[in-house]
Ligand binder design. Structure first.
Ligand SMILES: CCCNc1ncnc2c1ncn2[C@@H]1O[C@H](/C=C/CNC(=O)c2cc(-c3ccc(F)cc3)cc(O)c2O)[C@@H](O)[C@H]1O
Ligand SMILES: [Mg+2]
Length: 214
């Protein structure tokens, strides 16, 4: 049942996870996607790298590119210090609707602003819309060919400060070669690769952590 994979994930969460308990919602998504049907969540293995980066940065302002079902949105939001905000961008209305409900089930919607639209259109509006200046952390997990153009757009919109951390999923599988070349060769970034595995599979993947140097 459930017309789409995100809808089936939502139904499983609603039927099995404890309302208001973000960790039980995260575990429910992971067990569904590991045992019933694969989905492109960052997953539990790479999720631990994401958690460690969030705890290290202690960000006040976080941007996520590509919400999908809200799995990484939850992983980030549950670790934010009080008063911090996570803005997540999702161009697909159906996915955004599902993510909103999953975030609601986890009791995390107060820390999260989910905007429906294309990153290229939304990024230039963020400073004004949220009366903010720079992001402390950006999690990049949308279409892999959009990683580089959106990173350049963030630079152009003056949304990166010296010290801002970019964390990019899937730099090995499916891969983001142009993005990797840019952050690893630009003098404006200090980049580091975190080897891991593709979500729910024994396939190599990894995340790239790149610090903007200003
Ligand atoms: C204008 C386009 C760029 N701007 C955008 N602005 C806002 N939202 C955007 C978006 N692009 C894509 N999105 C959304 O992000 C999500 C897209 C994520 C793309 N992710 C992947 O393709 C992916 C794919 C795999 C994968 C790995 C191996 C394999 F065999 C098959 C798939 C694994 C992953 O972890 C992935 O993240 C969707 O919800 C989409 O609607
Ligand atoms: Mg991904």
């Amino acid at each position: 049942s459930g017309k789409s994979r995100p809808m089936r994930i939502l139904q499983y969460v609603q039927n099995t996870a404890v309302q208001g308990d973000a960790n039980s919602v995260i575990s429910a998504v992971d067990s569904y996607c590991a045992n019933v049907e694969w989905a492109m969540n960052v997953g539990d293995k790479k999720g631990e790298i994401l958690d460690a980066v969030v705890l290290d940065v202690r960000p006040r302002w976080v941007l996520e590119l590509g919400t999908y079902c809200g799995y990484s949105t939850m992983r980030i939001a549950r670790l934010l210090p009080p008063g911090a905000r996570l803005i997540t961008l999702e161009m697909n209305h159906h996915y955004a609707q599902v993510a909103k409900q999953i975030l609601g089930h986890a009791g995390l919607d107060s820390q999260v602003d989910l905007l429906v639209g294309a990153s290229s259109a939304l990024i230039p509006q963020l400073k004004k819309k949220f009366d903010m200046d720079k992001f402390d952390l950006v999690f990049i997990d949308h279409w892999k060919t959009s990683y580089l153009p959106d990173t350049k757009l963030l630079e152009e919109c003056d949304l990166l400060a010296s010290g801002t951390v970019l964390l990019a999923d899937n730099v090995t599988c499916p891969g983001a070669p142009e993005y990797l070349h840019y952050v690893r060769n630009s003098p404006r970034y200090k980049s580091l690769y975190f080897p891991s595995q593709l979500e729910y599979l024994r396939v190599e993947d990894g995340m790239e952590k790149s610090v903007f140097l200003g």
